[in-house]
Design a protein around this ligand. Structure first.
Ligand code: NAP
Length: 281
């Protein structure tokens, strides 16, 4: 059996075309959606992420403001910039690229972003909204994973979903979104003694660990749907995920590739959150 690939590039293109239409409609009403992206320091990976986000905005007609600061920017100065962007009516979303330099408290920075502009969905309020089933901004990566699952036509009701990883940005919100979609959810982490015991029972597996080959084919039930969030490098420096793609695709019903699966969806859902924020006015 060879699994069907869940193509994150194709789905992103489709969703971005819809986003562009919604952005054009808002712009025609004089309410062009706007995203502010703040980068502090010179982290090379962060620079690439930020550049990609700004470019993606341009591609769909979202106005973007990119603010770059030296690594020695004070926490107070950053909070002041966020306050100014909170008050700026042309900005509907504010994203501060993580990680921040050590002297800046990331929690303080995230909480300084106005709730109505928290398009990353990282604030305590957004987490609480997700937890209690209220409308709000969903963290972009798990939100994108839900769209990928939805694209396969899988009804999650009654399915057993296993999430590997419990970070605040991926694993935990992922589990809550799956729960909201009526899956029965198990969360595994580094202290889970026998990972395979759980994954072998799963109809849906989401791996968000950051370690190659965490999930191997013998740990997957035939016909399971596998979403690979991981971003790692193999021994040749090639980008790879957390799952043994080559062997698992012979067992699973659907699987996301790395690259080309979850990665493109994360930025797409950031654009989606920004549009939703602008539409709320
Ligand atoms: P993280 O904060 O480091 O969390 C990793 C999680 O994996 C932790 O909960 C950890 O458990 C768990 N874990 C570690 N070793 C394990 C093991 N052997 N068995 C089971 N669980 C284990 O990472 P993250 O931010 O969630 O990201 C996870 C991966 O996704 C990374 O590769 C990251 O680069 C990637 N990512 C990709 C995108 C994208 O757009 N494609 C976006 C975000 C993240 P403990 O809690 O017990 O330590």
């Amino acid at each position: 059996m060879s699994a069907q690939l869940i193509d994150g590039i194709a789905l992103s293109q489709k969703l971005r075309a819809e986003i562009a239409e919604r952005a054009a409609a808002l712009t025609a009403q004089g309410r062009q959606p706007g995203l502010a992206v703040i980068l502090v320091g010179e982290d090379p990976a962060s620079q690439v992420y930020v550049r990609n986000k700004v470019k993606a905005c341009g591609d769909v007609g979202i106005h973007s403001v990119m603010e770059k600061y030296d690594a020695d920017l004070s926490e107070a100065a950053l909070l002041e910039r966020i306050a100014a962007l909170n008050a700026d009516p042309s900005i509907h979303g504010i994203l501060v690229q993580m990680p921040l330099p050590k002297h800046i408290n990331p929690h303080k920075v995230i909480e300084a972003i106005a709730a109505s502009k928290d398009v990353d969905g990282y604030s305590v309020l957004s987490a609480g909204e997700l937890m209690t089933g209220l409308e709000g901004f969903r963290p972009c990566t798990p939100y994108g994973c839900m769209k990928l699952i939805e694209a396969t036509g899988t009804d999650l009701r009654g399915k057993h979903a296993v999430v590997i990883g419990r970070s605040n940005t991926v694993g935990k919100p992922m589990a809550l979104l799956l729960l909201q979609a009526n899956a029965t959810v198990t969360i595994c982490h580094s202290a889970t003694p026998d990972l395979g015991l759980y994954t072998r029972q799963a109809d849906v597996i989401v791996a968000a660990v950051g370690r190659r080959n965490t999930l191997t084919a013998d740990m997957v039930k035939p016909g399971a749907l596998v979403i690979d969030v991981g971003m790692n490098r193999d021994e040749n420096g090639k980008l790879c995920g957390d799952v043994d793609f080559a062997n698992i695709k012979e067992v699973a019903s659907h699987i996301t590739p790395v690259p080309g699966g979850v990665g493109p969806m994360t930025i797409t859902m950031l654009l989606m959150n920004t549009i939703e924020s602008a539409e709320r006015g």
